[in-house]
Design a protein around this ligand. Sequence first.
Ligand code: GDP
Ligand code: GDP
Length: 436
Amino acid sequence: MTPVIALVGRPNVGKSTLFNRLTRSRDALVADFPGLTRDRKYGNGRLGDKPFTVIDTGGISGDEEGIDAAMAEQSLAAIDEADIVLFLVDARAGLNVADEAIANHLRVNQKKTWLVVNKTDGLEEHSAMADFWQLGLGDPWPIAAAHGRNVSRLIEEVLAPFPEQPEEEALPARDDGIRIGVIGRPNVGKSTLVNRLLGEERVVVFDEAGTTRDAIEIPFERRGRPYVLVDTAGIRRRKNVREIAEKFSIIKTLEAIKECHVAIMVLDARSGLVEQDLHLLDYVLSSGRALVLAVNKWDGLESEQKEKMRAEVKRRLGFADYADLHFISALHGTGVGDLYPSIERAFASSTTRWSTNRLTTILQDAVGEHQPPLVRGRRIKLRMAHQGGANPPIIVVHGNQTESLPEAYKRYLTNTFRKVLKVRGTPIRFEFRSGH
Ligand code: GDP
Ligand code: GDP
């Protein structure tokens, strides 16, 4: 499993500056969608052959008193989820009571902790750190997150005990079956759906083989086609749905997303959409994973409730409208079979390769239909398109002044390629390259 690093510390010590620096890689999971507030922010980073996940917390307010109050709930949760804690303090502000309270907690907590003194730029290192020795957390590490000073060296040290994981696509090919992950917040019906997908008989067999590994793969077949259910959330380990669900973990959900070809995200028609649904969806979207949406518990709803849910989904999940949407009842099995064609289509869409010829023709037709605008008297030119990657598909468009291409025109191109290539269930990413 990829090591998880939590950033904790008072507000304003530079946590989000460090977070942004560490996750500036192309697989950063942070995408900003308007209207989403975040308590904890997750991102992926990589140093050489070592990938890692970072959690940023809003911070522990310095105004509060006492350890418990000072260790705000979000930070505690982040520390819980992490393998390593980077405890940030501010060289310019000096040692602070809140720092001491946090340090006390971290000493007791026994997570591997690094004391990181930020904002040492322009300061004399030894005197800048002198204050912080008394926190009793070992050698302070001087950095300047804003300038990147010492950051790579710190992360290299931090990751030293963890194994290398070279970058190439780790997912096995389709031959063994499309890998399906079922995700969603607690109680939406994931475990009920998984039981449905597998069929009751296999459930029993599987439970006897119970294991403590993090990810479990359950191969199964449907109409002669192989699939693999990837269960990282432990939902299959419960003998029946009345057993207490495991504690919800974003980290495990992120692992599940990474391990599957197609994610089925389950939503609950009875409780409606909540903020946590949007956060999860945001992560799926940023990960580029193929996606099928299932609004569960559709049984026994009044038509008014159904209308309300439909409208809510349309209004709030517009940013994921590339995914097929199903209304199902995992409990009764209604609509569950219809998920399979969507899974197949999402998988196919995310892994197809298109020729440069085909993509360029689509681009030129789109431009012929609708010219890009003039910028400072010169027309933006789009000449050629080729595929830069799959899963998710990346389409690279070459031209002139592409950096000035308006968002609306990019959306027009996205929609056109989507329609002509009949892509469903996967985001398409565009990269624009300019000749000058
Ligand atoms: P957070 O509240 O802990 O997430 O802190 P931020 O990352 O928002 O940073 C708080 C302020 O400190 C911002 O104005 C940053 O620009 C500044 N800052 C962060 N890192 C450094 C640094 O290395 N040097 C200096 N001089 N300022 C920094
Ligand atoms: P999980 O925490 O996401 O794995 O959710 P569970 O599968 O444990 O389901 C949570 C609760 O919702 C249980 O009481 C289920 O019986 C119930 N449930 C699951 N699917 C449906 C459904 O399609 N319709 C109705 N009415 N209830 C459901």
